[in-house]
Write a protein that binds this ligand. Structure first.
Ligand code: ADP
Ligand code: MG
Length: 277
């Protein structure tokens, strides 16, 4: 059944935060899965050499698999690398392989090194018979050339923020990098969505961090908050999203709620990226 408002144009959303372990991958796969379950066609591009998104979606990412690495180097098209997921028929994935770990260095000497993902993705979307409603790009925890490729390919940035100490640390660096990309490489890029993750309702700290983030980014932070949940953290070890693993769990419900909000908010018009925290 189709319950979402589906976007008119493909929404290309980069999930980024240069800190590791804040929930980028978890948010990418579970939000993508939730939107697919709401009737959207969704593509996840795994741009982290760790390949955690590929794993969570049940997509093989052995070294010999055609992956986003081959796409970036110009040796394959996205259509060659795109694979079905075990999660949902509406959800496909371009896996990453361990080769991607060397790509930051290999890309340096290539022409249009910042635009390679954008060019490949636009070619793919233009030629595809399927209408893609969402493309999510799962970034590595760094601001190197892979992340730059993701920023240049996307219109929107989704920033997951962990409700822990130092949540806002490093965010001003991320925002100033986004501004640089806007200025020099991709004027359409904007932070559309900030999501609070790993929220532990029992602690005052989580509450304080959430209020602080909301005060800094009132327009960007969505209402749904992702709780810290064992079911969410267990799912990837079974090669599953939380929606496949335990669809009635609070974690699954939270991601469904977040997906509904992301869908309903549409792609908001470009807002000024705020000065860092
Ligand atoms: P990143 O991609 O930013 O490095 P991950 O999404 O891989 O972060 O999350 C880091 C770790 O935290 C993983 O082990 C993941 O399973 C776990 N995790 C993420 N979100 C939650 C959550 N809401 N509740 C419990 N564990 C979580
Ligand atoms: Mg990750």
């Amino acid at each position: 059944e189709t319950v979402s408002p589906l976007p008119e144009h493909t929404r290309i959303i980069t999930v980024s935060n240069q800190k590791g372990g804040v929930g980028k991958t978890t948010t990418t796969v579970n939000l993508a899965s939730a939107l697919a379950r709401r009737g959207a066609n969704v593509l996840v591009i795994d741009l982290d050499p760790q390949g955690n998104s590929s794993t969570a979606l049940g997509v093989p990412h052995r070294p010999e698999v055609t992956s986003v690495y081959d796409v970036l180097l110009g040796d394959a098209e996205i259509a060659d690398a795109e694979a079905p997921t075990t999660d949902h028929e509406n959800l496909t994935c371009v896996p990453s392989t361990i080769h991607l770990a060397g790509a930051e260095i290999e890309l340096v000497s290539l022409v249009a090194r910042e635009q390679r993902l954008r060019t490949a993705l636009q070619t793919f979307l233009d030629a595809s018979e399927r209408t893609y409603h969402y493309v999510f790009i799962d970034c590595p925890p760094s601001l190197g050339l892979l992340t730059v490729n993701a920023f240049v390919a996307a219109d929107e940035v989704l920033i997951p923020i962990q409700c822990e100490y130092y949540a806002l640390e490093g965010l001003s660096q991320l925002l100033s990098n986004i501004k640089l990309i806007q200025k020099h490489l991709n004027p359409d890029l904007h932070v559309s969505t900030i999501m609070l993750t790993m929220y532990d309702a029992r602690t005052n700290l989580a509450h304080e961090v959430a209020s602080e983030v909301r005060a800094h980014f009132p327009a960007e932070v969505i209402g749904a908050v992702i709780p810290r949940s064992v079911r969410i953290s267990e799912a990837p070890s079974y090669g599953q999203t939380v929606h496949a693993y335990d669809p009635a769990s609070i974690g699954a419900l939270a991601y469904l709620e977040a997906a509904a909000e992301v869908a309903e908010r549409g792609a908001p018009a470009q807002t000024q990226v705020m000065e860092g925290a």
